[in-house]
Design a binder for this molecule. Sequence first.
Ligand code: ADP
Ligand code: ADP
Ligand code: MG
Length: 442
Amino acid sequence: MFDKILIANRGEIAVRVIRAAREMGIQTVAVYSEADRDALHSQLADEAVCIGPAKPADSYLNMQNIISAAVLTQSKAIHPGFGFLSENSVFASMCEECGIKFIGPSAETIDLLGNKIHAKELMRKSGVPVVPGTRAEADPISAKAEAAKIGYPVMLKAAAGGGGRGIRIARSEDEIGALAEAVKKEGELFFGDGSFYVEKYIENPRHIEVQVLGDEYGNIIHLGERNCSIQRRHQKMLEETPCLTPKLRAKLGDVAVSAAKAANYKNAGTVEFLMDKNDDFYFMEMNTRIQVEHPITEMVTGIDLVKRQILIANGEKNLSQKDVKLSGHAIECRINAESPEKNFAPSCGEITFLLLPSGGMGLRVDSAIYQGLRITPHYDSMLAKVVAHGETREDAIMKMRRALYEFVIEGVETNIDYQMRILGSDEFLSGKYDTGFLGRMG
Ligand code: ADP
Ligand code: ADP
Ligand code: MG
């Protein structure tokens, strides 16, 4: 087993990985930017190396500095977390070239799936249902032709997009020109790639994704689904599992496993689908990393996904499908430093008082905050993930409500009250909601 791993990330996911490693008896190395000297991940790891100034491009995206830190500390593997370099194939190959194991799929798989046009084409050829649309890079002329064929509204999507960026809905032909330009610009700005494609806009869909786990020998299993339809600006805010009948789960799970097989998938990954009113589903994209909402799958399966990632990277064989048994219901609320009253503008400042609700049966808080920590504008606004696990959906909802009731943060504004509104709304309580839910709730 690796005796030491480096975590190329910050915030709660860095802490999450450090915890898993320590429980496995593995030494950890944190990397941090100048703005994160006092961050929890820098303090919890066995060693910590400063990799540059606050700006992500200079530190958490600085491949040379991170690899140097790994070499200097004699780390045997790198866990990339999510965001930052987690879906960067150049970084994955650099690790391999330096004899450091990248904890994730191969650079080839990351490349293939990182471009959503190529990913969809691979899936289509492998018999996985995909959202109808252009099969190659589009331009305003081909976009109009495709939209005329599949019918408005359509989605224009950046091929390299992520985090809800580079997505626009076009409702008529005269909107295509300006929206294509906007998507192209956003793609270039955030992902260094302006290519885009056109896809049918699925009306009131659910975002249902499947967690998969593959080892280095081609054994791939799935760990059930997650409903991530509570979204604002195409970004998830609350997730829950399970949400399908056993029959539909088995069917979607099989499709997700064949999608992963088609990509020669290794390690933990997520196959994202859109599901319509008739429970017909379409492949949307595959995320080649651990996901923010992975804890809800851990709570219902009892399987530690981060430990599995490390074991698999170390050459261990996968679990078998029959080892995966679901128990109860789990919900995650993302708690962000933002102000719902001010159109969700990020909120910064020092956390002057903090009371985490991290107690009681079936309640988990994954976070990297503490009283006295300063929240800066440099990074993602997610402060904590509150995860509730109950015997039934109702139990899990009540547990989450009592947890959010207990949760006190002073010094920064958060979306805690907003999450409470979601948990109290009739549509959420009915369990029958789609991606339009937050738009309707306002
Ligand atoms: P998840 O499905 O795991 O919730 P998100 O889309 O919310 O994924 O992204 C997880 C984190 O990674 C967020 O902080 C998001 O901003 C970031 N992220 C996602 N995709 C990319 C990308 N292609 N480039 C940079 N950051 C990304
Ligand atoms: P990202 O890489 O940013 O996560 P996705 O392709 O996963 O982008 O899409 C993000 C969200 O946008 C989806 O969860 C869904 O809510 C919405 N979306 C994407 N494509 C479509 C579509 N064709 N029809 C309806 N909604 C869509
Ligand atoms: Mg997505």
